[in-house]
Design a protein around this ligand. Structure first.
Ligand code: MN
Length: 424
């Protein structure tokens, strides 16, 4: 039935003739096309609404003015607004609306916030440009995923709150700013999605969520590195977030699941802490042996045991460095992109209370591929949550919301009148 709808323009090119023979051969085995995921996805698209797209087109014409007379598509404005064209515009993540007034994030199911901080880096810097790099290449994407049959534009609301104001030379002040920003978004009920930044931000991100709830939080952490030593180079660097996160009263170390760990870059100091605190490490070899489905099942079981919600931390360097050159500590032998996306989606399918995507370093990137990979992790996580109806599930656990007011500048710039003296 499907084939009868094809137009009859038979090509005599040898490749086409071969393809025709192949098809005939396959048809001789009476394949049932309706069993293919491709066929099912094709049918699923028909059930998706298109109202928001229509709305966006009307809005774009209102904001961007009507197009020139010679343009036949009357939805094209003079000034690019919204999704199209993909190469134009001022980029937010996925061209989502910019929540310039961050109190507006409460109106959205999920909020992207950039955390441009690389002060916790111990080798290659540059992740302070991560949020910009990811936003830029995210313009490539439509909000629709064919295989999932999900259209994020129609099925959820997303905004981009811009970046947290970090302090480049001060880790602790930056941590305080980050926790404050994350707790604001989480308290508003919007799902916080953080784009780093180096992995030191893992601690203040988790802390920001943990302080808004009395409930317990598990963590699924994708990485080649364990990142759980107490200090590195005398500070709380990007090798330390899970030590400090699992010190929080409602973030048990036994619910920390670390997937993809291995190779020659895991410090022994970190392994000692992981052993003492009884965290769960699934190595790359374990994943290979068990397969993706079993890994997801096991990770979910360990992360969710006696907790109320699960946070996802995705270090882009968990993927083989051949695919992600733009990162702080590249390591061969990591996940293939398909494996990483399947794992992240599998964890997100059960619902998460927030996520971070860290260690994308655009200055070391090639053709934006690392930032592109980071974008995919985020949109795949959102797609999995939407298609499994898990978006918004975290809201019922917000029992200690923080409330930050609009600020007012009263002409006073410095909190301390006395100049700071070295050594004090
Ligand atoms: Mn790492």
């Amino acid at each position: 039935m499907l084939f009868t709808q094809r137009p009859h323009n038979r090509s005599h090119h040898p490749a086409d003739q071969r393809a025709r023979l192949d098809r005939r051969d396959r048809r001789a085995h009476h394949p049932d096309l309706t069993k293919l995921a491709g066929w099912k996805a094709m049918q699923k698209e028909a059930d998706l609404p298109e109202g928001r797209l229509e709305e966006e087109r009307r809005w774009a014409l209102r904001m961007g003015l009507t197009g020139a007379d010679t343009i036949e598509d009357k939805s094209i404005p003079t000034f690019a607004r919204g999704e199209l064209p993909h190469f134009a515009g001022i980029n937010t993540f996925l061209k989502a609306p910019y929540a310039e007034d961050v109190l507006d994030v409460a109106n959205y199911d999920a909020t992207v916030l950039g955390i441009p901080f690389d002060g916790g880096t111990t080798y290659r810097p540059g992740t302070r440009f991560g949020p910009q790099g990811v936003r830029k290449i995210s313009a490539l994407y439509t909000p629709y995923n064919y295989e999932l049959g999900v259209d994020l534009r129609e099925q959820m609301t997303l905004c981009d709150a811009g970046d947290v104001f970090t302090i480049p030379a001060n880790i602790e002040k930056s941590f305080d700013q980050i926790s404050r920003g994350v707790s604001h978004v989480f308290s508003s009920g919007s799902l916080p999605i953080m784009i780093g930044g180096d992995h030191s931000i893992g601690f203040p991100c988790v802390r920001g969520i943990a302080e808004c709830t009395s409930k317990r939080i598990g963590i699924v952490h994708f990485d080649r590195h364990a990142d759980i030593q107490e200090k590195d180079l005398d500070e709380r660097m990007h090798t330390t977030p899970w030590f400090h996160s699992t010190n929080l009263p409602n973030v048990p170390a036994t619910n920390l699941v670390q997937i993809g760990i291995g190779g020659w870059q895991v410090p022994r100091e970190a392994v000692k802490v992981a052993r003492e605190r009884n965290t769960n490490i699934i190595t790359m070899g374990d994943v290979e042996k068990m397969g993706i489905a079993k890994t997801i099942e096991m990770a979910l079981e360990m992360a969710w045991k006696d907790v109320d919600m699960v946070y996802m931390s995705f270090d882009i360097d968990s993927i083989d460095c051949g695919f992600v050159p733009g990162t702080g500590w590249p390591e061969p032998g990591g996940f293939l992109p398909r494996e990483a996306l399947a794992l992240a989606s599998g964890i997100a399918a059960e619902g998460i209370c927030g996520m971070e995507l860290v260690e994308v370093s655009p200055p070391y990137d090639t053709s934006d591929i690392t930032a592109l990979m980071g974008t995919r992790v985020i949109v795949d996580v959102l797609g999995a949550m939407v298609s499994n109806g898990k978006l918004g599930a975290h809201k019922r656990h917000i029992d200690k919301p923080v409330s930050l007011p609009h600020g007012e500048f009263e002409g006073k710039r410095w909190a301390n009148a006395e100049p700071h003296k070295i050594g004090e």
